[in-house]
Design a binder for this molecule. Sequence first.
Ligand code: DGY
Length: 326
Amino acid sequence: MNPKILVARAVFPQTLALLEQHFEVTSNQDDVLWSPAQLTEQLQGKQGAFTTGSERINAGLLADCPELRICANMAVGYNNFDLEAMTAAGVLATNTPDVLTETTADFGFALIMATARRMAESERFLRAGLWNSWRYDMFAGSDVHGSTLGILGMGRIGQAIARRGALGFGMKVIYHNRSRLDAATELACGATLVSKQELLQQSDHLILVLPYSPEAHHAIGADELAQMKPTATLINIARGGIVDDAALAVALKQGTIAAAGLDVFEGEPRVYPDLLTLPNVVLTPHIASATLPTRLAMAQLAADNLIGYLVHGKALTPLNPQLVLA
Ligand code: DGY
């Protein structure tokens, strides 16, 4: 008998068709947002789960789903997984690195551009019928080319953004990261390592690309915002909770920084209400990896991880590979 899996959110029909060749599949094509209790119930008797960032896999759920062997996340980020608890329970965790790097970097850059050049704000103005004449300072923003790009978190996506900044826009690129890149990678990215304080103080456009972890919670709060230039923009395409959204709203109101571009939010899909009322923030609904080819590649990789592990005993991108090697 084929293993049983749960596809916890709606997916591409072709992904579902592929999974159905190997598994007895229960799927949520109606895309109902299950509570943790409903997710636990749906997972009963399943050996595998196809998850997204919305499904929390923690010790409590694992204790109630003893047959579960793998959760394949269709996301590179995996802060919805308690990796320690999964490893202790012998449940393999996988994510979808690499396939979304360039697409996500494109979006990061788009958000830098949209924020610096006030594109959302000026479009709202035009659509509201308020454009009556040209004016010398109308929606004058800040330059991207030739400015200083700061990157907090320098993994694959950070590096892809650095290359765009250095090679495409002639930017000075500085970064702060737990570990320093090797010299060849730094050269290819045109990036220089600086302290977090220098990053905050020197960046004209600061983009966050670090993974969420308890240590990264509110890595950008009132103190950090106060160190930034009043002309600076802050871009978050990483995870909600890395920025203190309430402190950011105050900073945007008071002119501590000029503008922000946010694709991720604390407690999303809720958005801190003040952010919705401010003109100088560009808001998008967690879509940095959202192009059809990339989302398809992410879904394919998550499916390949399930097939690889449950059918052949080997996953492509395991997060706790010690379980496979054991
Ligand atoms: C990711 O892959 O982590 C994106 O944020 C989508 O969840």
